[in-house]
Design a protein around this ligand. Structure first.
Ligand code: G6P
Length: 610
């Protein structure tokens, strides 16, 4: 959701900024731009609609060089993705800004600045900010004071970087509501929306807090907190390496990430289980006591993470006997809540920066929940820092917009949490040991499912000319059907809906004909016979069925019913295994359709605006 990179150095920063943008492109990719200050202290800028490669081409034909600069990859909010709306925005060629977030009072600022003689060249909210800063500098403020004064007027969310020809070699950055890190180099400083952008130049980072404003030069760095007081923030060395976010031999990040799932799940289990039992310290020292007090669970998340929450609801209720509600964060945050005593508030997020999920957490903190637990993939994220308890998934950087390994590692972390909570509810040792043993076996079983890829690819060919599809599941497989439908629509643009199979006859059956593929996940469980009756309803209407099933539960294959057999799996763990063929199906349909698999149209990986 917009990526920012900035640098103050001695060397030419253009290649660093462009490489940073490539690494941030998953955040937004409808247009990009770069501004650097040359040795005569003049600002030069390139902007281009489309991918960073378009900006690369503009830069290659007229290279910019300079030791101070800013760059941005955009996901449009205010104004279409045009060159004029692309960042960096300039004010009278003296001030340049990059911004991620939304300035809610930009219209009143724009009115005031227009009356003061400022000319606007874009439809963005950001241009009001850069003009307002320019007006402060013209009135005598230095760059830091000017930015600080303008920030105090802003309503909304931002991460931003500002440079000015009046003070070459100085970069002011600020964050409120959108992520921003400082990269600490040797005699150089950087800013970026996340660490991945800067891994080729540094592994030392400062994670800014809400409201922080930073004054950077090549060799100085001062951070001011939300009250304007200088503060020390620790420098942390990341364990990530520059190649952690590279595609390797795979054609797409999504393919790489699908294939990384066995390892990612194994790593998420690492050090958290022993002798087929979940270790008490798996969730941190305070967790055991808090889980013992928990009487209910409220889960909040967005997108794929929300689907992980829906699976967990079945687990919390069936294994731990804990009532569990799950809600999408954008709804939760704007609703009045009745919070029963002893409710644990759980957020799920790959990035830990999703604006709605963060806002829901902040709202929840005022509502009297027992405590907050974040299950998250990014250790330094805002969500992790603001939660009482944290359970990290260890999926490694996920770059493909369509989430895969983040989902299965969330399910893994959730199941560990449920098992830990279920002990108090009388989950016996032998049952725990059976579940944990089955969970440890999952990485190998996923590897087996991945060997079926060519078969899924063959099925995918039958979807290429389809416009609609229906995904069915029952019980804890219904969220897996939802996740399968989300994957397919996100990357292949085929309309996909998920239904609990028993609900078919109450509406969607009307849509079923030979042109409507119906995809079903049918592991062996208590509901599979009922599910098979639902499938008969589809067959009777000429519907084309694609069934992923266990040998023991599979319906008979025939012309209208294609079946792919998956390894037998414990019923509780089936969601982890059955999501894999649906990821592969969506991936191969998208590849065959020639869509942009890793960066599908209109979407972004990390949605840091509301
Ligand atoms: C975006 C991404 C999805 C993701 C969702 C929630 O919509 O495209 O893949 O599931 O955000 O993101 P989070 O980082 O909070 O899990």
């Amino acid at each position: 959701m917009c990526g920012i990179v900035g640098a103050v150095a001695e060397r030419d920063v253009s290649p660093i900024l462009l490489e940073g943008l490539r690494r941030l492109e998953y955040r937004g990719y409808d247009s990009a731009g770069l501004a650097v200050m040359d040795t005569h202290n003049l600002l030069h800028r390139h902007r281009a609609v489309g991918k960073v490669s378009a900006l690369d081409a503009a830069h290659a034909s007229a290279p910019l060089t300079g030791s101070t600069g800013l760059a941005h990859t955009r996901w449009a909010t205010h104004g279409a993705p045009t060159e004029a709306n692309a960042h960096p925005h300039l004010a009278r060629d003296e001030v340049a800004i990059v911004h991620n977030g939304i300035i809610e009072n930009h219209e009143s600022l724009r009115k005031r600045l227009t009356a003061d003689g400022y000319h606007f060249t874009s439809e963005t909210d950001t241009e009001s900010v850069v003009n307002a800063i320019h007006a402060r500098l013209a009135a005598g403020d230095d760059l830091f004071v000017g930015v600080q004064n303008v920030l105090s007027e802003l309503e909304g969310a931002y991460a931003l970087g500002v440079i000015s020809t009046r003070e070459p070699g100085r970069l002011i950055a600020a964050r409120r509501g959108s992520p921003l890190v400082i990269g600490v180099g040797i005699g150089e400083h950087f800013i970026a929306s996340d660490v991945a952008a800067l891994l080729p130049v540094t592994r030392d980072f400062i994670y800014l807090e809400e409201g922080d404003v930073v004054d950077l030069t090549r060799d100085s760095l001062t951070i001011y907190d939300t009250n304007g007081q200088p503060v020390d923030r620790p420098v942390r060395t990341t364990e990530l390496t520059a190649d952690a976010a590279e595609r390797g031999e795979y054609r797409h990040f999504m393919a790489k990430e699908i294939h990384e799932q066995p390892r990612a799940i194994a790593e998420t289990l690492e050090g958290r289980i022993s002798d087929n039992r979940v270790l008490p310290e798996a969730l941190g020292p305070e967790a055991t006591a808090l889980l013992e007090q928990a009487q209910r669970i409220q889960i909040v998340a967005c997108g794929t993470s929300y689907h992980a929450g829906l699976v967990a609801r079945y687990w919390f209720e069936s294994l731990a006997g804990l009532p569990c509600d799950v809600e999408v964060a954008s709804e939760f945050r704007y609703r009045r809540h009745v919070v029963p005593a002893g409710t644990l508030f759980v957020t799920l997020s790959q990035s830990g920066e999703t604006a709605d999920t963060l806002a829901a957490l902040r709202e929840a903190k005022t509502l009297g929940y027992l405590a907050s637990l974040a299950i998250c993939n990014v250790p330094e994220s805002s969500l992790v820092r603001e939660s009482d308890l944290v359970m990290m998934t260890r999926a490694g950087p996920e770059i493909g917009v369509a989430s895969t390994k983040a989902f299965t590692t969330q399910l893994t972390a959730l199941l560990l949490t449920v098992i830990a909570a279920a002990r108090r509810q009388g989950l016996g040792e032998s049952e725990e040991s059976r579940l944990v043993a089955a969970l440890c076996h999952i990485p190998r079983q996923i590897e087996e499912v991945l060997t079926l890829e060519s078969k899924v690819e063959a099925l995918a060919e039958q979807f290429v000319d389809k416009h609609h599809s229906l995904f069915l599941g029952r019980g804890s497989q219904f969220p897996i059907a939802m996740e399968g439908a989300l994957k397919l629509k996100e990357i292949s643009y085929i309309h996909a809906e998920a239904y609990p199979a028993g609900e078919l006859k109450h509406g969607p059956l009307a849509l079923v004909d030979a042109d409507m593929p119906v995809i079903t996940v049918a592991p062996r469980d208590d509901l599979v016979e009922k599910l098979k009756s639902n499938l008969q309803e589809v067959r009777a209407r000429g519907g084309q069925l694609y069934v992923f099933a266990d040998a023991a539960s599979a319906p008979a294959a025939d012309d209208g019913c294609q079946v792919l057999i998956l390894p037998s799996v414990d019923e509780v763990l089936a969601p982890l295994l059955y999501t894999i063929p649906l990821q592969l199906l969506a991936y191969h349909v998208a590849v065959l359709k020639g869509t942009d698999v890793d960066q599908p149209r209109n979407l972004a990986k990390s949605v840091t605006v509301e």
